[in-house]
Design a protein around this ligand. Structure first.
Ligand code: ATP
Ligand code: MG
Length: 397
């Protein structure tokens, strides 16, 4: 094991006061995600180091690529901080590399190492020029940029660089509740929220028998895709049938979607509070459909004071689809199962609903008790990155 993964925190390292908290959160997430591998993980203020078994490298890289808070990483050779040993390794590495031009960049983090960075660039450059034929130095656009990072005990030698997932480690923010439908937008919203460090619970509204078990399975499958980026997601499944039927019996059809969404927000708020989530997250995108005009949003939003985070609010559908493809949710999202938002859809949903009219209509039935009942009867499916647990899952089917 003469190589390690060298992780750079990036945006993380700009956090002065709570830097340790961020680094520890990232450390725990990395440790948890790599729990099945034979690795050794250590950290300091600017770097994390993972030693690994060579055979596992490809698999470990795939896991690391989905961990937020990692800005960049390198697969580096690790040697003792000793001039002779470093020179030997540098030559060995360059002998095994295909290049015509190169540049050396030394970073002397341990100032007790007697040779200055610039000087060491020169020493190592000459070493390579002397020992390898038909090559030259190019400081502007080299084929190979070899970095030599000299630290107290160990030094690191590498010429590769892999872009990490970026963002903040999941769990560096409190919990948020994601309204997860089977569509394209909400999984992307969940991904983007996790990227800012938010830990997710999810809520799914279903209206069986009007919506199918396949539709529910789709949401479970989407949650399984999202759990790649975190350790677990509690998916709260709400039976929305009674409320939805009542809405369609009592309310003006053009207002049904507005009122249905006001009910969803009320339930989401209750579930968020019960589960200590501080915000609701959803996949609304401004102007995409009648219920997502700014007027609609404000009428719908007015049932709660909880922050509503809409990570895709200002993205075009094509931009959302790009992310969905990248994170692997797109193929599942486009499966054609009816969602409770797509059943009983009125021909002309109101684009500019009025708050007073919405209130008048929803007061035609006792929605408070129905909301309470819906929250009481929620089934929670625990989705983790290995398997699904749910005490009452069999009752659901
Ligand atoms: P998506 O592609 O994510 O379904 P959409 O374009 O279909 O979004 P809507 O159906 O109007 O938009 O819903 C807007 C948002 O409301 C969704 O992104 C999701 O966050 C939430 N939502 C809609 N239906 C449900 C549902 N059945 N369960 C949970 N959340 C829902
Ligand atoms: Mg939808």
């Amino acid at each position: 094991m003469d190589r390690i993964i060298l992780i750079k925190y990036g945006e993380l390292s700009t956090k002065k006061g709570n830097r340790n908290f961020f680094i520890n959160t990232l450390y725990n997430n990395v440790k948890n995600k790599l729990r099945d591998y034979n690795v050794n993980i250590s950290k300091d203020r600017s770097r994390m180091y993972i030693s690994f078994m060579d055979d596992d490298l490809d698999k470990i890289k795939k896991v690391i690529d989905n961990i937020f808070g990692i800005h960049m990483y390198h697969i580096a050779y690790i040697v003792d901080t000793n001039d002779e040993i470093i020179q030997k390794k540098v030559l060995e590495v360059m002998n095994n590399t295909n290049f015509k031009t190169f540049k050396i960049e030394t970073k002397r983090c341990d100032k007790s190492f007697s040779i200055h960075s610039q000087e060491y660039n020169h020493v190592l450059g000459c070493l390579i020029l002397k020992n390898i034929n038909n090559i030259s130095v190019d400081v502007h656009n080299p084929d190979v940029l070899l970095r030599v990072e000299i630290r107290e005990k160990h030094s690191y030698i590498y010429s590769n660089a892999y872009k990490g997932a970026g963002g903040y480690p999941v769990g560096s923010q409190p919990k948020g509740l994601l309204m997860l439908s089977g569509g394209i937008d909400s999984p992307v919203a969940g991904y983007l929220a996790m990227k800012r460090g938010i830990k997710l619970d999810a809520i799914y509204f279903e209206a069986i028998p009007h919506t199918s078990l396949d539709a529910r399975q789709k949401v479970i499958d989407l949650s399984k895709e999202l759990v790649k980026f975190t350790d677990n997601i509690n998916l709260h499944v709400v039976n929305f049938t009674k409320i939805q039927e009542e809405i369609y019996k009592k309310c003006n059809p053009t207002y049904c979607i507005t009122i249905m969404r006001r009910m969803m927000y009320r339930i989401a708020e209750g579930v968020a509070k019960k589960n200590k989530a501080l915000a609701i997250i959803n996949g609304e995108s401004i102007g995409q459909v009648a219920s997502q005009t700014l007027t609609s949003m404000s009428v719908i939003n007015s049932v709660t004071n909880m922050p509503i985070i809409r990570p895709v609010a200002c993205l075009d559908k094509l931009e959302i689809i790009d992310v969905a493809r990248k994170i692997g949710t797109y193929e599942t999202s486009i499966l054609p199962f009816e969602d409770c938002c797509t059943i009983f859809v009125p021909k002309h949903p109101v684009i500019n609903p009025k708050l007073e009219d919405s209130i008048l209509m929803e007061n035609k039935f006792d929605y408070n008790s129905m909301i309470e009942e819906a929250i009481e009867n929620i089934y929670t499916i625990k989705i983790n990155d290995k398997n699904i647990e749910n005490e009452k899952f069999s009752d659901l089917l």
